[in-house]
Design a protein around this ligand. Structure first.
Ligand code: ZN
Length: 489
């Protein structure tokens, strides 16, 4: 999630110099027409009773506050307590939920609202675990859910308990208003997303797929960057780069530092790192990244728009590489040397040296072929390329579509709740549990609460917080999208 924040920051920065256009342009006319057509859709769907959104915001804030107070720092997680909390809230409304324990204390809670079965289910997904805190660096108690100056503070307030609370609220609203559904709506609040997916999504997919099987899923991973309380755009993540770390390991003979050797492990490794560090994997856009740069061009100042509109041009890529590395990373698989080890005494030639590469692969990357290409590039039998991780690997999956019912519903919800901005599909540099769902054929979309650049930096950081008004808007957005995706037509 932290990487997404960087990406969103970069996008926000790109927008910053832009001023409000004074004249009505064709894009605005199109937006107005779109808004009008959306208004018709909503008029048609408004036969169901409208929720009292003000009450819903208050109730969801209480859920969020209660969830923050349940410390689910992972490790150890202890998500079962939060799962039981949600189960109890549902039980008081007469909804039966089931907690699946993947290990003692690692709870995943699932509930379902039945539809008429015309279409396959929609899954509302959130994770219950949070990353740990550096307590002495926080200015507030990270588990007290303090409310101050329009914000609620706490670990997980943004990532991902805002999503859990909003999902729960929307689920309850649909139930209370007896909204007729063409699809089942499934609620899943799961364990282990922060680095231990074997207790959460991997466990659920492997052992309880029947309980969560769906056509569409809404999950964390997107966002709505806001500047001075105004949302700049709604980012919906449809795909993500895949972490595939590598080691470069070089071996030579050891000996006295005064006697130079041809097979010095450090010299050979350094040459390999230099080659890989400046290597550019082939550029490849997918549907999401192509649309991303097109949309970005529309809302960027002219000099930036020129870069985004001519992204295939090497000169544009060079500029992007220099000024917006997170966007540059969306063009290709990136291989970044991050750690280098070798040697222990100034007068000893070590037998081994090792470098770590942070590799973020495009979703369709053929890693076997890429490693073969690297081996040819390095062209040194003394240097081996080795996979850094073999466990808990997120699957590489094709992006979710931009012309699906769910994506269109998110665009319509954005037009209603955040009028005057755009929905921009995003390929995240970071990883979420959507990848496991996409591997099962689910069209999964990442969304998120509005957050300023400062608030985005606090995700996984200190003094994490969520702006309460923005959180309310997010509930309206989620409810509106869910109603269009799952409501009976
Ligand atoms: Zn998260």
């Amino acid at each position: 999630m932290a990487i997404l924040a960087i990406l969103l920051n970069a996008l926000l920065n790109a927008l910053a110099p832009q001023s409000t256009p004074a004249l009505i342009c064709p894009a605005m006319i199109r937006a107005i027409l779109r808004a009008v057509s959306v208004a018709f859709i909503f008029a048609a769907a408004a036969s169901a009773q409208q929720p009292d959104f003000t009450k819903a915001h208050e109730e969801a804030l209480k859920f969020l506050s209660d969830l923050i107070k349940i410390d689910t720092s992972n490790p150890p997680g202890n998500e079962a307590r939060a799962a039981e909390y949600i189960k109890n809230v549902l039980a008081t409304e007469g909804i039966q939920a089931q907690v699946y324990e993947s290990a003692p204390g690692r709870g995943n809670v699932v509930a379902r609202l039945k539809g008429n079965g015309k279409k396959k289910p929609l899954l509302l997904l959130g994770h219950l675990d949070v990353v740990g805190v550096e307590r002495d660096k926080w200015t507030v108690d990270p588990f007290a859910a303090l409310i101050r100056d329009g914000y609620i503070y706490g670990r997980g307030s943004h990532d991902d308990k805002a999503m859990d609370a909003a999902n729960l609220e929307v689920f309850l609203l649909l139930h209370r208003l007896k909204v007729p559904l063409d699809r089942d709506v499934i609620l899943l609040a799961e364990a282990g997303e922060e680095g231990t997916t074997q207790f959460g999504i991997d466990y659920m997919v492997a052992n309880h797929w029947d309980a969560i099987s769906c056509e569409f899923a809404l999950n964390e991973g997107g966002g709505a960057p806001d500047e001075n309380g105004k949302v700049q755009y709604v980012g919906v993540s449809t795909t993500e780069k895949v972490p595939r770390g590598l080691f470069l390991r070089s071996h030579g003979s050891s000996g006295h530092g005064s006697a130079p050797r041809m097979d010095n492990a450090i010299t050979h490794l350094a040459a390999a790192v230099a080659k890989v560090g400046t290597f550019e994997a082939p550029m490849r856009l997918n549907e999401t990244t192509r649309r991303f740069f097109q949309q970005l061009a529309k809302i960027s100042p002219p000099e930036k728009a020129q870069i985004y509109l001519h992204i295939e041009d090497p000169a544009s890529q060079q500029k992007l590489h220099e000024t917006e590395p997170s966007y540059y990373s969306m063009l290709r698989t990136s291989l970044v040397p991050t750690i280098i080890h070798g040697g222990f005494r100034s007068n000893v030639i070590p037998a081994d040296a090792e470098a770590r590469l942070d590799v973020r692969a495009l979703p369709d990357e053929d890693m076997t072929a890429l490693k073969a290409q690297l081996a040819r590039l390095i062209d040194d039998p003394q240097v081996q390329i080795v996979d850094a991780e073999t466990q808990n690997l997120r699957p590489a999956t094709p992006p979710s579509g931009l012309e699906t019912e769910a994506f269109h519903a998110l665009e319509h919800a954005q037009q209603k709740v955040f009028p005057g901005v755009q929905t921009i599909p995003i390929m995240q540099a970071g990883a979420t549990d959507s990848s496991e769902l996409r591997a099962k054929g689910v069209q999964a979309y990442g969304i998120g609460t509005p957050a300023s650049v400062d608030d985005q930096h606090r995700i996984h950081g200190n003094d994490e917080r969520v702006e309460i008004t923005g959180f309310g808007k997010f509930i309206d957005f989620l409810y509106t999208a869910t109603l269009e995706i799952a409501g009976a037509k």
